[in-house]
Design a protein around this ligand. Sequence first.
Ligand SMILES: [Zn+2]
Length: 285
Amino acid sequence: MADHPRFGPAGVPPTFRMLNASLQDVPMLLREEGLDAFEYEAIYWGGKPQMQKEDAEAFGQKAKENDVWLSLHGSYFINFCGEKKVVEASKRRLISCATAAEWMNAYVVVFHPGFYGRKMRGEAYETCVETLKEVVKTMRNLGIRNTKIGPETMGKPSQLGSLDEVVGICEDVEQTQLVVDWSHLHAREMGRLGTLEDFRKVAEKIETRLGTEALKNMHCHFTKIEFTDKGERRHHPLNEERYGPDFGMLAQIIAEYKLRPVVISESPLLDLDAMRMRDILRELL
Ligand SMILES: [Zn+2]
């Protein structure tokens, strides 16, 4: 697990693209910015990896040389609570993402569990957990043992992915990694994270149910977020005062509990806000 708190962007920053950088250049450019994590966006992938094995391995090697930790964000087209056909296609998508994650030595493949649809919450959760157990079994048969699957807390009340559900999946399914999207938690519950105590409650629930190591090693997403009664609406940069949550509070929790999370910036400013968060924490420590 991570040796210290790590920070990086979700996807290739626009400034890197302007430099005409290839994917293989990304780890070096991140290192130059003093960042040490990167989430590869496989968000539009289908049932087969959209990347050659050699390229994924070379990318993993570059990341290692530059001390950049990799994670991979799995396909958006996943719903483990839907009709059988949808669930089967979702399994293939998550496995194709996990395959590429293993090639590049990404430690987690992050995914959105699904939508309740017409199902009751409990039923949707059961379908999801039973399916994920099959996914993990298939991954093991394919030799995917280093990459874990990471259910993410989701930003809309119509989506499976409350903190309790995500923690539950981590309890019920093997080879899982907790993914806490703090902005989603904030939006899902209409501004839940307003005080340091609100952040502390989340940390304490995780520690009580999953243990201290799981809390210390959580994978995080962070950005300022705008929401309505239907949940998340839009991501905003860190310097926009009128939106929450406040990274300074998460930084205090990281310091207080001596956490070493990987924090991925999902702000529109990607790497710039990743550096900003790193500096906020550095100042505290
Ligand atoms: Zn996500």
